[in-house]
Design a protein around this ligand. Structure first.
Ligand code: 2P0
Length: 325
């Protein structure tokens, strides 16, 4: 039977940056994110005995080549986990701007995992779904849950303890996350390749690993206390440290453009004027600005005045996986 699931994207406040096992998508460090309400993927899966290979349609177009292979590879994991033997029709629609830095792999693999398990006639716990989604894309492990989510890196070699856990529900700490777009160009260094190169060659990676657990513990304390200022200081610091590791890679690379810096400077200027806002940046040039609801409009107005800003997408804290049939 055809089953459909929806999963939302997430933005990391403490970044996932580096793998200890590339096959199983096991991270070197734990991370923490907010699930976003505005961006999501809806995916339908139907297993069909008449198929001789998996079929994948994304945004109403048939996908072939590498992307289809990735989905097939992931569905092989689903088949191994469930005993399902048939190939599947996969139909996925992204409600995510395709610009650099608005990653859809988190919502994509989370929705695919949930729909595929249902279509195979099985019921997985959220923990089991998180472990499965992780093996499509690391950050997808966090999109299983809404609200504030920690992905615990785990220790076991088989990855059975590497999954997300909820920290706060969607309605327990209301915030705005402004996705500030400065370019829609495709990024030059994919995050998967970027983290691998950083782990293997950057002398700064050691500094990242030494301090990331401290950042995670501190931000959890701030989140539980609803201490926006401390949370903001830690998330900005953590993002800057992640990006610093890329500058030491060989060959070095950076995800920022001059427009990225302009937005970062504006956020810092806003703070000097008493408007509390903090930025974070993923593996691309666009910026996410975290702000309290009461200051959201004022911050949007100010950021809209920057010439390099092409679009601002205001988001709120979003839900976990939902099923549509
Ligand atoms: C994160 N990023 O925590 C970090 C911060 C980018 C920068 O997770 O190789 O697409 O599929 O596990 O999850 C983007 O990496 O990488 C990411 P894979 P993924 O959100």
């Amino acid at each position: 039977m055809k089953k459909t699931a929806r999963a939302h994207t997430n933005i990391a406040l403490i970044k996932y940056w580096g793998k200890r096992d590339e096959q199983l998508f096991l991270p070197t460090n734990s991370s923490l994110s907010i699930t976003l309400d505005r961006f999501y993927t809806e995916t339908s899966v139907e297993f069909d005995a008449n198929l001789t290979a998996d079929r994948f349609r994304l945004d109403h177009a048939v996908i072939e080549g590498k992307e289809r292979e990735k989905v097939q590879h992931f569905l092989d994991k689903v088949r191994r986990a469930t005993g399902e033997t048939r190939f599947a029709h996969v139909e996925s629609v992204n409600h995510v701007p395709t610009a650099a830095g608005f990653a859809s792999s988190a919502s994509g693999y989370s929705a695919l995992a949930a729909a595929a398990i249902k279509a195979a006639g099985q019921t997985f716990t959220e923990k089991e779904l998180s472990i499965l989604a992780r093996q499509g894309s690391g950050s997808a492990s966090r999109s299983v849950y809404g609200g504030f989510v920690e992905w615990q890196k785990g220790q076991l070699p088989d990855g059975s303890d590497s999954h997300a856990i909820p920290i706060l529900n969607q309605d327990e700490f209301d915030l705005a996350v402004l996705s500030v777009e400065v370019t829609t160009e495709k990024k030059k260094v994919l995050s998967r390749e970027g983290m691998k190169r950083t782990v293997e060659t950057s002398p700064f990676y050691e500094g990242w690993l030494k301090t990331v657990d401290r950042d995670l513990a501190a931000i959890k304390t701030a989140i539980h206390a609803r201490d926006f200022r401390s949370m903001g200081e830690i998330l900005e610091y953590n993002a800057l440290k992640m990006h610093a590791t890329t500058l030491g890679a060989d060959p070095p690379f950076m995800y920022w453009q001059s427009a990225t810096l302009k937005v970062m400077e504006a956020v810092s200027q806003l703070r000097e004027e008493g408007l509390l806002a903090y930025f974070t940046i993923d593996a691309g040039p666009n910026v996410k600005v975290i702000v309290e609801i009461e200051n959201e409009q004022a911050v949007i107005e100010r950021l809209n005045q920057i010439d390099v800003v092409s679009e601002i997408y205001p988001c709120r804290v979003g839900p976990g996986i939902t099923y549509l049939d």
